[in-house]
Design a protein around this ligand. Structure first.
Ligand code: 77G
Ligand code: MG
Length: 214
């Protein structure tokens, strides 16, 4: 169809959900994912595990790599106080534009700093351009073959501190084997795998939670 999948989901949300109600926006995106077409949001099953990590960590400053449609940004920020700073980075301009409208519909546009750029460009600028000292939490959900490059960039740019929680999606499907191997064996993280289901499916997937030892 002429309209992209992401645009069709945004239209569905605008028709089915309640403006300013993040939970209704998430519910509409998840309903579309289960009942109509697959979309690569973290989804409602893995989302519950992510929620638990966010509540446990209560980050004041958080970075997300891979905004996509804004589902996990909305899911996360709904659990944070107004004072928290949430920065999300998306490379794909069309998806970033959809995310901007999705986040605005959810009423969270003042709580989310959206950057439309390659994470490799943004990470080295977080301290100087975005006033970040260190990150309390990171959610990695962008291209699976750049997860490892980017966690190393976070390390070398001194953005991690003792206790920073790094959560990564898709450890099984599509998989990020070089990343998983690194965080589990390099000695810099206490890393645990949390098995779950792949979004809108009964297939197996899971999140890796890696706490930086500092
Ligand atoms: N360097 C950068 N900086 C910022 N954004 C950036 C970037 N580089 C890219 N992007 C923009 C993100 C692109 C989307 C990333 N997500 C994915 O690619 C993804 C794919 C699947 C999937 C699995 C099995 C299948 F059969 C099909 C799809 C599931 C998921 O949960 C996913 O998160
Ligand atoms: Mg994902």
């Amino acid at each position: 169809s002429a309209m992209s999948l992401e645009r069709r989901i945004l239209q569905y949300v605008q028709q089915q959900a309640l403006r300013g109600d993040p939970d209704s926006v998430m519910a509409a995106i998840d309903k579309f994912g289960w009942e109509r077409e697959f979309a690569m949001n973290v989804g409602d099953v893995k989302g519950v595990i992510l929620d638990r990590f966010v509540k446990e960590t209560a980050p004041k400053t958080m970075l997300e790599l891979g905004t996509y449609m804004g589902y996990s940004a909305i899911r996360t920020v709904r659990l944070l106080p107004e004072t928290a700073r949430f920065i999300t980075v998306e490379f794909n301009q069309e998806n970033a534009a959809v995310a901007k409208e999705m986040i605005a519909f959810a009423g969270l546009q003042n709580r989310i700093i959206q950057i439309m750029s390659d994470s490799a460009e943004v990470i080295p600028q977080l301290k100087t351009k975005y006033g970040v000292e260190t990150l309390d939490m990171v959610f990695i959900d962008h291209w699976k073959d750049v997860y490892l490059r980017d966690i190393k960039l976070l390390e070398t740019n001194e953005l991690l501190r003792k206790g920073t929680v790094v959560v990564a999606d898709n450890i099984i499907k599509p998989g990020a084997p070089d990343y998983a191997d690194y965080v589990r064996t390099c000695g810099k993280y206490d890393s645990t795998f949390h098995e779950s289901n792949y979004e809108y499916s009964n297939d197996i997937d899971g999140l890796e939670k890696s706490v930086y030892r500092g």
